[in-house]
Design a protein around this ligand. Structure first.
Ligand SMILES: Nc1ncnc2c1ncn2[C@@H]1O[C@H](COP(=O)(O)OP(=O)(O)OP(=O)(O)O)[C@@H](O)[C@H]1O
Length: 272
């Protein structure tokens, strides 16, 4: 039977049940990812928890972004990329050939390092994909725009600028708009690839605060080079080195009492 990802309408989510927290939402099983002959991720076994923030850390080129992009099959867009192993999401191996990747990317949304709003109005940035996928009424679109911008902590700042170009917003506002655009698709999982590294410290702090709020409703995986950021906001941390997951555990433990010497060396700045 063809494996599909079901999209359930969930505009008005119920509050998260306490007992739902810290369940596993995604599991990678012996996941390896290659670019041609270059093995960028090596046999990764990670359980990503629901309603938690999972940070992926490690030196440049160790495979963090590759791992992240594989979770919603964005890596498929790189022709030389191929993989082995499994990524289980809601009982389905999302690396299967018959997965609907468009539906998958709605459920598992992604935000990139550089804010990349469309050269359209704020309003149309959020409604563009919704219009493409369905015949939503204006009233409904208005509600989604407001709800998404509120969730992205941007509504109060730009509610009078909905028809201005998104490119007229500041860098930090553009990044929160990109987050709002992703939230409008009602994802379960958010993949964030260094979402604040291109921003000034105040915008960075706002994004961090936002990510912490979003964890109530979403499961978040974030790639970051910023050790303070990882220790401030994440619940779990995975340390990658040369494509391998060297250590994975509670963030507090990883940063205060890691099991592996290499982890200790990295977080204390001895390399990387
Ligand atoms: N599009 C691509 N085509 C070919 N090789 C790639 C591609 N993207 C990444 N790689 C290779 O895969 C390996 C892992 O890169 P990746 O970008 O995943 O690491 P990273 O830990 O996210 O690095 P950084 O922190 O610098 O972003 C590197 O050897 C890199 O050269």
């Amino acid at each position: 039977m063809a494996a599909t990802i079901t999209i359930e309408p969930k505009m008005h989510k119920q509050p998260t049940a306490v007992d739902e927290k810290r369940e596993t939402i995604l599991q990678t099983e012996d996941l390896s990812i290659y670019y041609g002959d270059n093995q960028a991720v090596k046999h990764a076994n990670l359980d990503i928890e629901k309603h938690a923030i999972t940070a992926l850390i490690g030196p440049s080129g160790c495979g963090k972004s590759t791992f992240l992009r594989s979770i919603n099959r964005m890596n498929d867009l790189i022709p030389v990329s191929w993989n082995e192993g499994k990524i289980m999401y809601e009982g389905v191996d999302i690396l299967s050939k018959n997965i609907n990747t468009i539906a998958l990317r709605k459920e598992i949304g992604m935000v990139f390092q550089k804010p990349n709003p469309f050269p359209k109005s704020v309003y149309n940035n959020i409604t563009h994909a919704l219009r493409f996928y369905g015949n939503r009424k204006k009233k409904q679109l208005d509600e989604i725009v407001e709800e998404s911008l509120r969730k992205a902590a941007l509504w109060d700042e730009i509610k009078d600028r909905l028809h201005d170009s998104a490119l007229s917003l500041s860098g930090g506002q553009q990044q929160r708009l990109c987050i709002a655009r992703t939230l409008a698709m009602e994802p379960n999982v958010l993949l964030l690839d260094e979402p604040s590294s291109a921003l000034d410290p105040i915008s960075n702090a706002k994004i961090e605060e936002l990510i912490l709020q979003l964890k109530e409703d979403y499961s978040i995986v974030i790639v970051t080079h910023n050790m303070q950021q990882a220790s401030r906001i994440s619940d779990k941390t995975a340390f990658f080195l040369n494509g391998s997951v060297i250590e994975y555990g509670e963030t507090e433990k990883i940063f205060t009492n890691p099991d592996q010497e290499k982890t200790e060396d990295y977080i204390s700045g001895r390399f990387g």
